[in-house]
Design a protein around this ligand. Structure first.
Ligand SMILES: O=C(O)C1=C[C@@H](OP(=O)(O)O)[C@@H](O)[C@H](O)C1
Ligand SMILES: C=C(OP(=O)(O)O)C(=O)O
Length: 671
């Protein structure tokens, strides 16, 4: 399983230029493809969902060319919504419209899990007079489409379910289309059905639509109407329940500029509200056509300080105290509402997100997924049919955890925010590619991680003593990573597992039941501080540490020690593997003779019989093994400073490590 480990984050500030809006991008692509004339599309979102729409349109015979970059084109542009994301690393495309009918009349289209491709293309192709098969990911085949098919059939469309009734995949065949009678469509499962119908109706010569029952996610209909208007078709509507779509052909407006993605903005604004500084997003603002900009209102309700311009939004934490817990009907912001769930962990009281039943039929069942993963962090969560109530976690008590993301981009992005409370491992982070492939790069650039000082070195170099004292001097946490390998060796021995049995030792490492106290180490409830220091266990530790599966099993355990205000970590691969981004890296060593003598004195002082020569020999062998092992060999990282303690006192070594580190530390983490 692929994963990303996020260190606990202490602060956030800076600005992000948002990627193009997914909802606008896929609407613009479809209408530009159907229109008369050529359209230049600027700042299009480049992601899986738009790639699925582009592939489909090309398969249908639409001529789409990619041009250099938006910045190079140098032409004025009008936005869909005035707050366009100029300068964001979006694509620039030229689309030669087909003037109302796709040239390719038979095609197999794979539309991934892109609702904004699947639903509107189903509607457009139902009126296109060809033979088409539309399929998607296994999850897409679990996402309902029956209400849209029912509506299209009222106009005579010939659509067959190829799998389960009411769900993709679909077969569409040529049919006699007659949209003269009002088409009724349900809108309580997804607004994308109505959006698809609205955009397709001009292909059927126009017509009337009546929405039956409640319409969810209403602001997305405004995006649809705005995009249609931009392409020259002006529907009339009575509220959000009746629509008249004229008989008209879409006409290219020439150049279209896609504004930034308001749902993507929510993660950064939440970061600002939680951990700012101030975080600013560029590309959406008060002029945006996207309903998800109203996420900023929810943040304001929680006490965050929000400022907004036409094309930007800024968020900062409350002037005093924690965010407030809120109760909110989230029907109007179904996607951005997810971002409120991890924020609720840090509020001063419970937060209830209401009217979010549609979450159950999106990339995953988001209600259950969210509740399950929040609970892993130690939160108390109540999951209702269409609501979530989340109780906050006491400051400092969020549990480090491995978060599953269910192939849902928003789960991955939302949970990155929980790293404000604890180090996290996020599984399958690549799923963000659905709408925001670079998300984690932006997240890392905006956040300040808890600082780490790495102290690596060979055995008996004094690194443990020095590291513990540096940690005490700074008031930071301390990780003796060697102790985890020693504990693994001891636990394996006690379980009768041979130290060279890699899979079984790795399983022991993964399941270690350890509690580190100030002066104690409990293994399965038993004090083992002395037991793990024996020569036998030292040798066992060196053997199990050479097993790659054991090192992998212990990696996140070690990273979970990175808690505020800072961490001093000692070991052998802190700088090269575990905490590669440490603020200061030290390689602490001493001659092998000096180290053997130190170990000898240590043993004698504890009343343990020892001989210098065998100790020296063993230390040489251990050095050899540690240097020569294929995974994480003991070596001085290129960016680490060498500290030779052969002639140095512990006090002098501590003072040197501190003197190197102090100028590099963030101000709030220093004593
Ligand atoms: O029309 C759109 O662009 C969208 C509508 C919403 O879906 P529902 O209408 O299914 O809630 C939203 O969740 C989705 O991400 C995009
Ligand atoms: C629900 C979402 O996607 P889709 O467009 O596939 O419905 C989403 O992006 O959160």
């Amino acid at each position: 399983m692929d994963f990303i480990d996020l260190p606990q984050c202490m602060g956030a500030n800076g600005s992000v230029r948002l990627p193009g809006s997914k909802s606008i991008s896929n609407r613009v692509l479809l209408l530009a493809a159907l229109a008369d004339g050529e359209t230049e599309v600027r700042d299009l979102l480049s992601s899986d969902d738009t790639a699925r729409m582009l592939d489909a349109l090309r398969t249908l015979g639409v001529d789409i060319g990619e041009v250099e970059s938006a910045a190079d084109a140098g032409m004025p542009a009008d936005g869909i919504g005035a707050g366009s994301a100029a300068g964001c690393a979006g694509k620039l495309l030229r689309i030669r419209g087909v003037g109302g009918s796709f040239p390719v009349r038979e095609a197999d289209l794979h539309l991934g899990n892109a609702g904004t491709a699947f639903r509107p293309l189903t509607a457009a192709l139902a009126f296109a007079g060809g033979n088409y098969r539309l399929s998607g990911t296994p999850r897409m085949h679990e996402r309902p489409i029956g209400d849209l098919v029912d509506a299209l059939r009222q106009a005579g469309a010939d659509i067959e379910y190829l799998g389960n009734e009411g769900y993709p995949p679909l077969a569409i065949r040529p049919a006699k289309i007659d949209a003269s009678r009002t088409i009724s469509v349900r809108g309580d499962v997804s607004s994308q059905f109505l959006s698809g119908l609205l955009m397709a109706l001009p292909l059927a010569g126009g017509g009337s639509i009546e929405v039956v029952g409640e319409l969810i996610s209403q602001p997305y209909i405004d995006i649809t109407l705005a995009t249609m208007r931009r392409f020259g078709v002006v529907p009339h509507s009575e509220g959000k329940s009746r629509f008249e779509v004229p008989a008209a052909t879409y006409r290219s407006p020439g150049v279209v500029h896609v504004e930034g993605d308001a749902s993507a903005a929510s993660y950064f604004l939440a970061l600002g509200a939680l951990a700012g500084g101030t975080v600013r997003v560029d590309g959406v603002g008060s002029d945006s056509v996207q309903g998800d900009v109203r996420f900023a209102d929810a943040l304001a309700l929680m006490g965050a300080r929000i400022s907004m311009g036409e094309n930007w939004i800024e968020a900062a934490p409350p002037a005093a105290g924690r965010l407030r817990g809120i109760t909110l009907d989230c029907n109007h912001i179904p996607d951005a509402a997810m971002t409120l769930a991890p924020l609720a962990l840090f509020a001063d009281g419970p937060t209830t997100l209401r009217n979010i039943g549609s979450w159950r039929v999106k990339e995953t069942d988001r209600l259950t997924a969210m509740a399950t993963e929040l609970r892993k962090l130690g939160a108390e969560v109540e999951e209702g049919v269409d609501y979530l109530q989340i109780k906050p976690v006491l400051p400092g008590s969020l549990r480090p955890a491995t978060i599953d993301t269910y192939d849902d981009h928003r789960m991955a992005m939302c949970f990155s925010l929980a790293a404000f409370g604890a180090p996290l491992r996020i599984n399958d982070p690549g799923c963000v590619a659905k709408t925001f492939p670079d998300y984690f790069l932006h997240f890392a650039a905006l956040t300040q991680a808890v600082p780490v000082i790495d102290i690596d070195g060979p055995s008996a170099s004094g690194k443990g003593t020095v590291a513990a004292r540096v940690a005490a001097a700074l008031g930071w946490n301390y990780l003796d990573s060697g102790a985890l390998y020693r504990l693994t060796a001891l636990a394996a021995q006690r379980a009768g597992v041979a130290w060279n049995d890699e899979p079984r030792v790795a399983a022991v490492a993964a399941g270690l039941d350890v509690v580190f106290g100030v002066d104690s180490i409990l293994l399965a409830g038993e004090e083992v501080g002395e037991a793990i220091r024996s020569e036998e266990i030292s040798s066992g530790a060196s053997q199990v540490a050479a097993l790659p599966a054991v090192r992998t099993a212990l990696l996140f355990r070690q990273r979970a020690f990175r808690r505020a205000p800072g961490l001093v970590a000692d070991g052998r691969d802190m700088a090269s593997v575990v905490f590669t981004d440490a603020v200061s890296k030290v390689f602490l060593t001493a001659s092998v003779e000096a180290r053997a003598e130190r170990r000898y004195k240590q043993l004698i002082s504890k009343g343990i019989a020892a001989k210098l020569q065998p100790l020296l020999q063993e230390m040489r062998e251990r050095d050899e093994r540690d240097r020569g092992r294929s995974v994480a060999p003991l070596l001085q990282s290129a960016d680490a400073r060498l500290l030779d303690t052969t002639e140095l006192s512990i006090e002098a070594a501590v003072a040197q490590v501190l003197a190197w580190a102090r100028p590099l530390l963030p101000a709030q983490t220093c004593r």
